[in-house]
Design a protein around this ligand. Sequence first.
Ligand SMILES: [Zn+2]
Length: 207
Amino acid sequence: MNNQDKIIEIFKKMPGIGPRQAKRMVYYLLSAPKDTLKKLAELVGTIQDDILTCQMCFRYFSKSQIKNGDDSICSICRNPNRKKDTMMIVARDADYESIEKSGVFDGVYFVLGGTIPFSSKNAEETVRIKELLNILNIRLKEGLSEIIFALNATPEGEHTTNIVELRLKEKIQKPIRFSKLGRGFSTGTEVEYSDKETLKNAISSRS
Ligand SMILES: [Zn+2]
């Protein structure tokens, strides 16, 4: 396998990238200025150095966002203006980013880290169920009263919601509201690519 093919294989593993797109990206790299390639290689090589995972919501965040003190909790979770009574469960970082950009949600998040494939025998191995159950008590003490599932309206997204909801219900003793995105969030809709209006409607009509 030559270097081009090796890079294509890596790109193909990225979400939403098929063999054709991977090839197109490699052609771009072949035509790009050498300086750009060097800069890219350097940035890719160090991308994880500056990034931490929040120990409450498990989203990635930059170390530079933390001025002093504890760097295990992200700026959203430590923001006193965020309502701790509502936690939104999303599949990936790109999903909560899309919701943050729309500015229609002021609670806290939990990033599952993916969805559970139908073929998966062990859900814990594919998404952060254990981690979610671990932080649950802290969130409940903070006054958590509603959990909103904001996963893609796809069969795998719904399958994931069902499994995670079941695990949560087994563990939570208090009466808690479980809801899902509502109106405008029809079959096939993806959180990451939804516009502000769609997200706003979907959140306000959650049921
Ligand atoms: Zn956080």
